[in-house]
Design a protein. Sequence first.
Length: 394
Amino acid sequence: MPKPAQPPSRFLPALRLREDLLLLWREILPRYRDLRLMNLLETPWAILSETRQILLANASFQALTASPKETIIGKRPGEVLACLHALGAGDCGTTEACRTCGAAQAIHHALEKGTPTFVSTSFLRRQKNQLQGMNAQITAAPFQVGFTPFLLFSLSPTTEATQHEVLERLFYHDLLNGMNSIIGALNVLRDYRLPGEIQDFLQVVLDRAWGMAREIQNYKTISAVERGTFSATLMRFDIAALCQQLASLYRAHPLAKDKTIAAELPPTLSMISDPQLVTRIVENLLKNALEASNPKDTVSLCLRQEGNQAVLTMANPAVMPDEVQGRIFQRGHSTKGTGRGFGTYGVRLFVENYLAGTVSFQSTPATGTVFTVRLPLRHPLGGDDTSNEPSEAL
């Protein structure tokens, strides 16, 4: 009897169990005494078939999925955990991004080598229509029932302790206060009209201090967004003027040395949104584009109106490797070193969770790397606000 044709996949096999076998193992596995005893464990776990389909799961695992028990049987981990790649481009384990997924790699290694595998990983998922970054410890341990292979898949979310969150908030508060004091003192010194070289040096130090203060504010905002304690402040402001201000600011930045920032902006474009978050978005994309560029390159910042949307694009000539593209919005992932990848991750959280917009990118030899952000000109929660008060988002 010929084997069934394999569906297309970029990593792990896409083939699934026949429905009759799925139902058979769903009935048989709960009868095994050792597996019944595992229900005493609080750690979320699931039993997977060789095709990576869930056959059995404990209550803790089901709680992570926010799905009824009967709906998770037969699905793969990324599908019930709402991983963005599993929900979007294809089945869990079969997309290009799955090649760099710690969970998919652990499952693959355990099945191929027949030995338990332990990894730390992170991924983006969508819960209750909100993007959520999940960090987790993964265990994938193979075992057999008779001659049939199975996999114990355990996932333990790692979260920051409440005490750590309190210390973090105090740290950001004190650090920002300290930086603002330094900036205030530098401004006082600048007003004394010191000799030319000293005045120029003072301006460089002041610019760096402002840059550090913005970086601290950026991480503080990301931290609040991740904890769900951030509240957007909606007001009317001119996004074209904001983009122009940031482009001018970064032309003098060390990252822009020997590079060109080309800004194609309308004279004005009014919107009702959160100017602080829009500033963070433009600034993060601009910094990332400059860091990815080489001397003599041009980074292009463009803004246009399409219907009731503001469309922002940020382009640079560099092309990202495929493995980087698959993880570009992942927390902590960066081509610049471990733990530094908060720019694009933060952009996606801000845009989709708070600003009712979308963010996408393409990176090819023909186009270079282009990020596109689409934001409504009037936030859905903006009401009838028509105030023209200037924003101080920077």
